[in-house]
Design a binder for this molecule. Sequence first.
Ligand SMILES: C[S@@+](CC[C@H](N)C(=O)[O-])C[C@H]1O[C@@H](n2cnc3c(N)ncnc32)[C@H](O)[C@@H]1O
Length: 426
Amino acid sequence: MRIDILTLFPESIRGVLGESILGRAAAKGILDIRCHQIRDYTENKQKQVDDYPYGGGWGQVMNAQPLKSCLDAALADAAGLRTRVIYMSPQGQPFTQAKARQLKADYDHLVLVCGHYEGVDERFIEQCVDEEISLGDFVLTGGEIAAMAVADAVCRMVPGVLADEQCYTGESHWDGLLEYPQYTRPEEWEGQKVPEVLLGGNHAEIERWRRKQSLERTMRKRPDMFEALELSPEDQKLVREIRKDKARRKLTEPLTCRSATEADLPAILEIVQHARASLKKYHVDQWQGEYPTPDVFAADIQKGNCHVVCYQAEIAAFFVLTRGPEPGYDQLTDGKWHSDDNYCVLHRAAVRRDFRGTPVSGVLFDFAVNEAKKSGAAALRTDTHRKNKAMRSLLEHKGCRFAGNVLVHSEEGHDPRRQAFELLWE
Ligand SMILES: C[S@@+](CC[C@H](N)C(=O)[O-])C[C@H]1O[C@@H](n2cnc3c(N)ncnc32)[C@H](O)[C@@H]1O
């Protein structure tokens, strides 16, 4: 892999990339990292590389000419290489491990252009740059740190740079997970011991523990990454275990239930948003359109039908309960209701994602039954999508009986088929 870096500060880059693993790989000829001083390519006596911005405003803008001449020099002996010219810019796509992998796979020559001051003349970008890459949504004084980050992330995947491919394929972000925790000697440090499993020498057990740790910390530290994972059946089993562990560990105080107020609406909508993503992940065609909209919840709250389940000061879940009769439930097929018209309906309900797998869903159901009883109802009816396994197993676990099938047309263009359940008391 060859990398040419165009910069006003080549020494700062040589100092960093010439050290340690990359420095040794360059010395062995595995990497070819070249730094070019843009100032050497000016065509004025003062060696000025920047000028005032047309139209006025703060700072200086780097001239296109020295950048282009410097680039031409860098490309002079690169014919035949698969080259990509990249401008390091806060306006580029944020850099990721996936991007590093793609650059390493598709090119054997990267030219990284470092801007400074207010940036570079736009015409240079338009004429010479293949893509812009950002280190993140913040602004640096120059592109050098970003260029070094890109060069480092790409170069460490070049064969021979690290001892083994596994050194980077097992690391965070390679397959959408964060890496498991690492420990080294001594076995005990300041009263803290290395986890027992790592000392036992059972490789299958160690692998399983590490996978579970990776899943757990991805779930906890980067829920956005966790939501995007495609879990294998084995991973799903580990996730269930993690949630059970979490439940045992976390809920040290009782859950409470109260009527929702308007102030709870943002928290409820956030739960809905995550529930929507989770249902999508499990291919459940429920809540996949606009429904349930903020207006629906605002109306539920106004009518006193929406309840929140709280853990300490946080909203852990919500449910909407109304008094029957529910018009759509008259059209039940493939079965029959056992309750008369004196029933309540459990409608919209969801648990906040970090409380999933805890007792919250079960307690939510108990609260709903309690509210229904308080209203004088003799039964609770509800319905769910046939693929919503979590809801179905909760209902079955709580003693609800499958009553038949109903059609619920609240979501235009989506599967309206729902399985109906009921619970009777007394
Ligand atoms: C002060 S910045 C210029 C920012 C520019 N005026 C803007 O608002 O988009 C100077 C140089 O630092 C580099 N730079 C700053 N932030 C960066 C980031 N997040 N990622 C990559 N390069 C960055 C770019 O090369 C840029 O030309």
